[in-house]
Ligand binder design. Structure first.
Ligand SMILES: [Zn+2]
Length: 268
């Protein structure tokens, strides 16, 4: 994995510039996924989805932040992207950085306290965003148990369990509407983490045989039978159950980044 020049964004609340890393190259060798659907690739880092501004301390979704530009390449070469006619120069990528960009801090993701505060803030303006924030908060609450060498299970605190239950309700609603296997497997896993092992096993029976999902069913069933409430790494899985929807969201985001007004419009 190699990094490209930082992208510079503005806090949508106060306008302060902040820097986001970009990747010049990555691969899928470092991919790992856990029973709760959280995945990480040590060879393809992703920036946090929700961040806290260094200046105003407000929370915002990175996808909402206006893109101001990019730090120039050190050798002065332009940034390229795949356009309609093959590789094209990214507009403005040869432009020098503004002085304030040099000093701009790197974006800051949320810790446990940040997620607690964000859930009570105006960043959850739509049901889709509330779902996503609850999911990110839930994953964060399981991070403390992702180290395979841990000696004991670290429990969720009461408000994290409340968040898990609220997320479970949303998943149940989604399953009732779409009968998606990704929702069913997440429902089974959340029941297991709540200690409802029988319900977990019953939900696993309802998971349709979707390509690539079998390793999750096997692992969660094994853990439920052991009466374990702890998140575990899923061996042999090459994607997370929610990845299909996530891929659609990423495509929407990429399209959006192409629609960012270029500098001609800025100076108009
Ligand atoms: Zn701000």
């Amino acid at each position: 994995m190699t990094f490209g020049p930082d992208q510079v964004i503005a806090c949508p609340r106060c306008g302060a510039p902040e820097r986001v890393f970009t990747l010049a190259s990555s691969n899928s060798l470092g991919f790992a996924v856990w029973t709760d659907g959280f995945s990480h690739n040590s060879m393809a880092w992703k920036p946090p989805e929700i961040v806290a501004c260094h200046v105003c301390n407000g929370f915002f979704w990175l996808e909402d932040a206006p893109v101001l530009g990019r730090m120039p390449n050190e050798d002065g070469s332009p940034e390229m992207w795949l356009g309609e006619n093959g590789f094209e120069e990214v507009p403005g990528s040869r432009d020098p950085a503004l002085p304030e960009w040099e000093q701009a801090p790197k974006i800051r993701g949320l810790g446990t306290e940040g997620y607690r505060l964000a859930l009570g803030s105006d960043v959850v303006a739509t049901p889709e965003r509330l779902f996503r924030l609850r999911l990110l908060t839930y994953w964060n609450s399981n991070h403390r148990n992702r180290n395979q060498r841990r000696k004991k299970v670290r429990q969720k605190v009461p408000w994290e369990t409340q968040n898990l239950k609220a997320l479970l309700e949303m998943r149940l609603q989604r399953f009732a509407e779409g009968h998606d296997a990704a929702d069913a497997i997440a429902i089974a896993e959340m029941h297991r983490e709540l200690g409802a092992f029988q319900e977990c096993l019953e939900w696993l029976e309802r998971v349709e045989d979707v390509e690539g999902i079998a390793p999750f069913v096997e692992k969660i069933r094994e853990l439920a039978k052991e009466e374990s409430v702890c998140v575990e790494w899923v061996r042999g899985a090459s994607f997370a159950p929610d990845d299909r929807k996530e891929a659609e969201r990423m495509i929407r985001m990429l399209r959006r980044s192409r629609e960012v007004p270029d500098r001609a419009e800025d100076s108009a």
